[in-house]
Ligand binder design. Structure first.
Ligand SMILES: C[S@@+](CC[C@H](N)C(=O)[O-])C[C@H]1O[C@@H](n2cnc3c(N)ncnc32)[C@H](O)[C@@H]1O
Length: 246
């Protein structure tokens, strides 16, 4: 059996009780953090569960080793956030099905639903995009990413923009680089005079949400991890919430 267990948004306190129980009854426990940062030491989780946890590289997760073991043992793979959000491990589930291995998903909190804390309605989000590292794309946003933003805007939908991350090489695109790349590709001036949201360190005690003009946002102090959100057509209550103070 293969279980994918979500660790949630921030640290070891975000795993669910169901997730903890799943880890405790597993024979082998792995974790992968190559597409998202997790904010605690694995030792704490080992103490909480009484299990040895092995951190896997991307190539290990994609190899057949895990599935080979899952044929005869209960194997658990810990994933930060919700296991099937953004880091799509659906290929692992599909391959398990083909090989007759039972699977189970234990969900947890995710950035995709936590953005509801901005007051934006989740049902009004269009396609999510990732702003890639500038050295991958010559400092411009790929046309497909720009087209998704344009499509969302023309349909009045909000856009969640994730910032590229490469944990294995210690890289995470900064908020200001993300904003700069957005402005640089915006030849049609779709973003001029637009107010965007930056939401950082979500789920932690240092979480911040800024809502401001795209030219003003770079002047703020942004930390990582973070997302940028481009609102589409705002309902008056969404707007009131965004402008309100705690
Ligand atoms: C590939 S996604 C992984 C999403 C994760 N599987 C989940 O369910 O939340 C990684 C990106 O999500 C965003 N992100 C992840 N955790 C975050 C947090 N706690 N606060 C703000 N943004 C976050 C960052 O833009 C980061 O580069």
């Amino acid at each position: 059996m293969l279980s994918l267990v979500g660790l949630g948004l921030w640290d070891e306190k975000d795993i669910s009780i169901r997730g903890l129980e799943e880890v405790k009854k597993s024979d082998v426990v792995y974790a992968e953090f190559y597409t998202n940062v997790w904010h605690n030491s694995i030792n704490n989780l080992e103490e909480m569960t009484g299990k040895k946890i092995t951190i896997l590289k991307r190539s290990d997760v994609e190899s057949t080793k895990i599935l080979g073991e899952a044929k005869t043992k209960n194997v658990c793979l810990l994933v930060s956030g919700d296991p099937l959000v953004a880091t799509t491990h659906i290929d692992l589930i599909l391959e398990s099905r083909k090989q007759g291995i039972k699977t189970r998903i234990v969900h947890s909190s995710s950035i995709v639903s936590a953005v509801g804390e901005t007051g934006l309605q989740l049902y009004k989000f269009g396609k999510t995009v990732t702003i890639p590292f500038p050295d991958k794309t010559g400092d411009v946003l790929p046309q497909s990413v720009y087209d998704s933003i344009k499509n969302n805007l023309s349909n009045g939908l909000h856009t969640l923009l994730l910032l590229d991350v490469d944990i294995e090489n210690g890289k995470n695109l900064s908020v200001n680089d993300g904003l700069r790349i957005l402005l640089k590709m915006d030849k049609e001036k779709l973003l001029d005079n637009k107010k965007l949201i930056v939401m950082s360190k979500t789920g932690s005690d240092e979480q911040k949400i800024f809502y401001d003009d795209i030219h003003e946002l770079p002047k703020k102090q942004h930390e990582l991890p973070a997302v940028i959100i481009l609102p589409g057509k705002l309902h008056f209550q969404e707007e009131e919430f965004l402008e309100s103070k705690e």
